[in-house]
Design a binder for this molecule. Structure first.
Ligand code: NAD
Length: 304
């Protein structure tokens, strides 16, 4: 199958590219390298260093004629979205509208879209959070990711495009940027391997749904053939505290410097974990990599 992956030079997208190639597919990547890295991109995929807003993007879609567009390009930082909500909306909302309209214009069968289970629901009214939970984001980023979902579904309603919208929990794993703002696992791993002290936001008892990136990539492989009109949470169904992450990482890296506790993050959702029974039923997906194993793989990949 010919698959175009936007954001395929990024953390999650590059693992999806690897998984598609391993399954024997023909993969092209469109990425403007704003946060992604050329080195992340598998050599067997063709990388177009192009912005999804650029005119050239349409020529690539027309020439490559993908059967599926897997759309992972995004402004992926909650903090950046808060600082510049207009830019955030242009990339995540406008960018997805562009992907959807090109998919319609060029006969693409299906869009697979990366949404955010950690932000579109806002503060959970019940746990675990199901897909039927009200949409009530508390950030510009969560809002713009949901806007993207609406454009994907618009393409389905008006042009019959198939879609699988995957609402991820908090991804972690190899290639996540330790300088980034989003990934506590990557940040702590980088600090601990460098012999430095970690700062925990708030009391560290906040619980989130941390999912190994390889499990996310597998959901994207399954979505190629299944779930033609599906919105599904992709997580572990379990909440893990930041203190627990610190403890596991400390054991694996051998860094025992006690953490510092800082102020809580403003606007942060305190507790969320996702009900993933729909993904199990519709995609035949469930996570396979335990938290301890995922952390071990992450630490090994971060070692210099
Ligand atoms: P990332 O920043 O590593 O990946 C995003 C990629 O998109 C980068 O390679 C970047 O260069 C590229 N990009 C950004 N703007 C672009 C543009 N205008 N044109 C072309 N390419 C552009 O982030 P990530 O964590 O790998 O996130 C990937 C996707 O998954 C995003 O859509 C994000 O919203 C979503 N997501 C991530 C998480 C998580 O925990 N990391 C959770 C839920 C959803």
């Amino acid at each position: 199958m010919r698959i175009l992956v936007t954001g395929g030079a990024g953390f999650i997208g590059s693992h999806i590219v690897d998984a598609y190639l391993e399954a024997g597919h023909d993969v092209a990547v469109v990425d403007n390298l704003s946060t992604g890295r050329r080195a992340n991109v598998n050599r067997a995929a063709h990388l177009y260093e192009v912005d999804i807003h650029a005119r050239e993007f349409e020529r690539i879609v027309a020439d490559f004629r993908p059967e599926v567009i897997n759309h992972h390009a995004a402004q992926a930082s909650v903090k950046v979205g808060q600082a510049d909500p207009v830019h955030d909306l242009e990339v995540n909302g406008g960018g997805t509208a562009r992907v959807a309209s090109l998919a319609i214009a060029h006969g693409v069968r299906k869009i697979i879209y990366a949404s955010s289970g950690g932000t579109v629901y806002g503060e959970p009214i019940a746990l675990p959070v199901t897909e039927d939970h009200p949409i009530a984001p508390r950030s510009a980023y969560g809002t713009s990711k949901y806007v993207g979902e609406l454009y994907v579904q618009l393409a389905a309603r008006t042009a019959g495009i198939q879609y699988t919208i995957l609402r991820y929990g908090n991804a972690y794993g190899p290639r996540q940027d330790p300088q980034g703002e989003a990934g506590v696992v990557a940040i702590f791993t980088g600090l601990m391997l460098g012999g430095q002290q970690c700062t925990i936001d708030g009391d560290g008892e906040q619980k989130k749904d941390y999912l190994y990136v390889g499990d996310i990539a597998r959901a994207n492989v399954l979505a190629l053939d299944r779930g033609p009109a599906l919105v599904a949470n992709i997580g572990t169904g379990v909440g893990t505290t930041v203190n627990e992450i610190y403890r596991v990482l400390s054991a694996v890296t051998g860094n025992t410097i006690p953490p510092r506790f800082g102020p809580p993050r403003p606007g942060d959702v305190r507790n969320f974990w996702l009900d993933c029974s729909r993904a199990r039923a519709e995609l035949g997906w469930e996570p396979r990599v335990s938290f301890e194993e995922g952390i071990r793989r992450t630490v090994e990949s971060f070692r210099p």
